[in-house]
Ligand binder design. Sequence first.
Ligand SMILES: Cc1cc2nc3c(=O)[nH]c(=O)nc-3n(C[C@H](O)[C@H](O)[C@H](O)COP(=O)(O)OP(=O)(O)OC[C@H]3O[C@@H](n4cnc5c(N)ncnc54)[C@H](O)[C@@H]3O)c2cc1C
Length: 251
Amino acid sequence: MRKFKPEIILVGATGLGRDLAGAVATDLATGLTADCTGLDIDDRGFLLQTRPAFGGNIMATILTERTRPQMATVRPHVMSLPAKDSSHTGVVIRESPAIDEVDIAVKMLELIDDRKHGQDVDIAAAEVIVSGGRGMMSKENFKILQELADELGGVVGSSRSAVEAGWMPVERQVGQTGKTVRPKIYIACGISGAIQHLVGMQSSDVIIAINRDKQAPIFEVATYGIVGDLFKIVPAVTDRIKELRTKNEQG
Ligand SMILES: Cc1cc2nc3c(=O)[nH]c(=O)nc-3n(C[C@H](O)[C@H](O)[C@H](O)COP(=O)(O)OP(=O)(O)OC[C@H]3O[C@@H](n4cnc5c(N)ncnc54)[C@H](O)[C@@H]3O)c2cc1C
């Protein structure tokens, strides 16, 4: 960074990226905006770094006015992949900095795989997610969501309430303090649609909400909304898909 003096540094907010960006910003004594949901450049060349603030209640746009570089991280899947534009050109510079082991303060002693059996599903990469919230009432009831997800070739996600109740592992949590997802289909079952949940899933292509409260905020972002008891609706949808599949296979 000191050699090329870039105006802007963008880093993926992955486990490694978060660690690296924070350390680099500290070393360069510059600002870093983590987990941006929007990036733009204004007329003066400032990077406009937008992210949720105050528990997701407002969107703040942050500028690094006095120091350089301007640094931001963005979580995977937060922004849609634009179409390739060959009119844009640039130069890729590959640097291989020589680092001496004695310069690294941290030593890796052992690599421990903390993925627990059956919990290593990456919901951020799934094309179909069937998510459950507090309305699921118990851990056992998530079985009906798994059945629907299996029919659709998807995975089961959840709200934070379901994680806090111990019904789902934290890796499955969607939202501000969970994962940001952008599947083709997101089915929210018994999830009210708190802003902290919405920021993690509202860019999904199709959102289907099932909730017995027709005033629930989830319906404001839903493509299709079903008002009713999820314990009747979810198994009925699963059965119908099975029926259609059997008919298709026979015909
Ligand atoms: C700093 C901060 C970070 C947060 N981060 C996250 C996050 O990352 N992800 C997240 O999800 N939340 C997050 N939250 C919590 C968030 O504010 C909400 O409390 C949470 O999302 C609510 O979860 P829920 O929708 O499952 O539960 P509830 O809000 O209790 O909603 C349950 C819904 O189920 C419906 N329901 C009940 N029974 C049935 C039934 N039989 N059939 C149909 N519908 C039914 C009800 O009508 C209700 O709408 C965060 C909060 C804070 C303060």
